[in-house]
Design a protein around this ligand. Structure first.
Ligand SMILES: [Zn+2]
Length: 226
């Protein structure tokens, strides 16, 4: 079984659990809805049925931490007390894969983004803005998430799509994500020229009120030449 199949199982389970409790993007309310207690702590971590969240941090970070620990919590649930939970299944099946822990953590982070920014919310933003760089900024504004989290969520939204994106500051890329696509530019590179991406649908958006911050989104249209 590939990581993709296990990821799909995990996300389907997380989605079903969230739907069951009425699917919310209120991170303060989420732990109780899922049957966990939110506890203020020095570090964000999961302790049994308690989601500890680090105090004294900006709200976007706090809410992403809650979503992250909730993602771990759901990945450690099981119907049958004798069965393995999702994280154990992945570790077990991929025991010989190098960096299995990093792979598990990457799946948990994708789960975190899905909890923090529910699919219907992301799709509503894209319906208004189109699949363009501006959608990243609108999602960030609307859901009070960090810009790079909104970018990551949109780039990974559609498992059948091929996308990439970056955030640049003062002309240099600081964050980059790609999904099923080898993006020619990456972190520390200069902002690419739109003309170099002629058939690859690169859109650029300059963040209002912060002209040195630029978002780029690359959408590969497989129906046309690449
Ligand atoms: Zn983690």
């Amino acid at each position: 079984m590939s990581f993709n199949e296990e990821a799909a199982d995990l996300f389907a389970y997380q989605h079903a659990r969230l739907e069951d409790v009425g699917s919310t993007n209120d991170m303060e309310a989420l732990p109780a809805l899922l049957g966990y207690t939110l506890v203020e702590g020095r570090e964000s971590r999961l302790v049994g049925r308690e989601i500890h969240v680090k105090t004294k941090q900006p709200l976007p970070g706090r809410h992403s931490d809650i979503a992250h620990e909730a993602s771990h919590a759901l990945a450690q649930e099981r119907d049958d007390p004798d069965a393995l939970h999702f994280e154990e299944i992945i570790r077990h099946r991929h025991a010989h894969t190098p960096n299995v822990e990093a792979q598990v953590e990457a799946l948990i982070k994708t789960g975190q983004d899905r909890i923090r920014m529910p699919t219907d919310v992301v799709k509503a933003v894209i319906n208004i803005c189109g699949l363009k760089a501006m959608a990243v900024w609108v999602l960030h504004q609307q859901e009070k998430v960090y810009l790079h989290e909104a970018l990551r969520r949109i780039v990974e939204l559609d498992e059948n799509a091929r996308m990439g994106g970056f955030i640049a500051w003062n002309g240099t890329i600081t964050h980059a994500y790609s999904y099923r696509y080898h993006m020619p530019c990456w972190i520390n590179d200069p902002i690419p020229d739109v003309d170099d991406y002629e058939n690859s649908g690169l859109t650029i958006f300059t963040v209002p009120g912060s002209p040195s911050t630029v978002i780029g989104l690359v959408v590969i249209d497989e129906s046309g030449p690449i």
